[in-house]
Design a protein around this ligand. Structure first.
Ligand SMILES: Nc1nc2c(ncn2[C@@H]2O[C@H](COP(=O)(O)OP(=O)(O)OP(=O)(O)O)[C@@H](O)[C@H]2O)c(=O)[nH]1
Ligand SMILES: [Mg+2]
Length: 465
């Protein structure tokens, strides 16, 4: 496609978007969450619930438009940005409904999906049929952590990494492979040495994720470079060897690393942000609180810190028609403790309370802008069922399902602490929360879920009146 054709396509897509926005019949939903928080499973489940919403098997009592019979149908339609791959809903379903069932694969690139929702507006005399277009983007969670870098220059980002190393001896220990380099600002820029050190830095990011369970790992594309693997702009690392007095010579190491950082932001992050992360109307933030608990205090704080950084990359506020057209902002945000099917229903209140603590700092920005927010515990696809049975000779009420390796399980999951755990809690020996694979499901029926209808009501309810 020539540059002109691409421009023409984008311009006509934008004109179409503007028209739908003027009529308030387009809604862009930001599905936000760290890597493995459940974004792809949520989007797949959302599409599945919407597509089955008018069938007799639908189980969405908390979604008023659906419960009151005003929903006429939902279908997938081509998204306006034809140059962006479509969300692989069918591939996700092939895995979820497969034999054995499996979760969708971890996301490796950006994709979009557009849903056309047809409904009858509320009101006794209304005979009209109205349409709402719902646009959703899926992307790898790692890339989300690049957005906060847009507010930091190279020196500020380097200082942030240096502070993290001072705070966390475990991270500092793993970082020895690259921190021991210890160059000077004016050292000559040696392409091979920088490539080697950048590889060591990337290996450190990976080790922090795999060994320490951390998420606040930047730059995100280092972990998942996509089509840019091997590009020089992905070869740099933070300057943690003291604060340089100046930038040194323009051809020196510091200045060249700084240039690479800026190129990374310019070519990868800014474009990605502009194309996919501007103009959202609603946001859902998925948080795997149980992973944060299993990972220990450092992982818990890391999750909280990562969410706080991410939220600052979005714009919030109440909007009127003009703003909605030209400067859309998020006016509702839903914080979700995902994978709630890993604990017993009576623990959901604790899970929500824990989520509130975890996102306390994060929720401040939207609240300050007067944006309505809510916290709930949800399972996009419920992989367990509450059951009674005997385990090791004991009669117990617990959760029945299959572990990720297929082993049948009946467990009584541990309780969820309602507040940020204290040192006592962290020190006690305990097993982690068991993880389950999806239960066998029939394609012609909607997927089992927990509170997807409440999420739909919060996110879309006021738009379907
Ligand atoms: N039991 C249960 N597990 C879930 C649910 N949603 C997600 N999971 C688990 O969480 C894992 C990650 O889910 P994804 O939807 O791939 O997460 P993601 O946020 O898209 O991850 P990235 O694409 O890597 O950023 C899945 O493989 C499942 O093991 C759920 O509703 N219930
Ligand atoms: Mg994903």
């Amino acid at each position: 496609m020539s540059a002109f054709d691409a421009w023409l396509e984008r311009a006509s897509a934008q004109a179409g978007d503007l028209f739908d926005r003027a009529l308030d019949r387009q809604l862009r939903l930001a599905v936000t969450g760290l890597s493995q928080s459940g974004k792809t499973a949520f989007i797949s489940a959302l599409v599945n619930q919407l597509e089955h919403a008018c069938s007799p098997d639908a189980r969405l009592p908390l979604w008023k438009a659906c419960d009151r019979g005003r929903l006429l149908g939902v279908r997938r339609v081509p998204q306006t940005n034809a140059h962006i791959p479509s969300f692989a809903y069918d591939a996700a379903c092939d895995r979820l409904f497969g034999d054995p069932p499996a979760w969708p694969e971890s996301t490796r690139g950006v994709s979009e999906i557009r849903l056309e929702i047809r409904y009858r507006p509320a009101g006794r005399w209304s005979r009209d049929i109205a349409t709402l277009y719902l646009d959703i983007v899926d992307y790898p969670g790692e890339w989300l952590l690049d957005l906060p870098l847009l507010r930091l220059d190279y020196a500020a980002w380097s200082a942030q990494v240096a502070a993290t190393l001072r705070r966390s001896p475990r991270m500092a220990e793993l970082a020895a492979t690259w921190t021991q380099w210890n160059p000077s600002t004016d050292d000559p820029f040696d392409e091979r040495a920088v490539a080697g050190m950048s590889a060591a830095y990337t290996a450190w990011l990976r080790a922090c994720r795999e060994q320490l369970g951390l998420s606040l790992l930047q730059p995100g594309r280092f972990l998942l470079p996509g089509e840019f693997a091997g590009a020089p702009m992905l070869q740099f690392l933070p300057w943690v060897w003291g604060v340089p007095a100046g930038k040194g010579s323009p051809e020196g190491l510091y200045a060249r690393l700084e240039h690479r950082y800026e190129q990374y932001l310019q070519h990868l992050v800014r474009g990605f942000y502009r194309e996919h992360f501007a103009g959202f109307d609603r946001q859902i933030v998925l948080v795997d609180c149980l992973h944060a608990l299993d990972g220990g205090p450092e992982c818990f704080d890391d999750t909280s810190g990562a969410l706080q950084q991410i939220i600052q990359s979005f714009s919030y506020g109440k909007t009127n028609l003009l703003q909605r057209l030209f400067r859309p902002r998020i006016d509702r945000i839903l914080f979700v403790a995902s994978k709630a099917d890993h604990v017993l229903p009576e623990q959901h209140a604790n899970l929500v309370s824990l989520l509130q603590r975890l996102v306390r700092g994060t929720a401040e920005v939207p609240r300050f802008e007067g944006v309505s927010s809510e916290c709930m515990a949800l399972a996009s696809v419920a992989a367990t069922e509450v059951a009674r049975g005997r385990a090791q000779g004991e009669l117990l009420r617990g959760l029945r399902g299959c572990a990720l390796d297929g082993t049948a399980l009946l467990i009584h999951p541990q309780d969820v602490p309602p507040v940020t755990p204290d040192a006592h809690w962290w020190e006690a020996q305990r097993d982690g929360f068991d993880r389950f694979r999806p239960q066998p499901m029939r394609r012609e029926r909607p997927m089992p879920h927990i509170r997807m209808d409440a999420a739909l009501e919060f996110l879309l309810g006021d738009k379907l009146i």
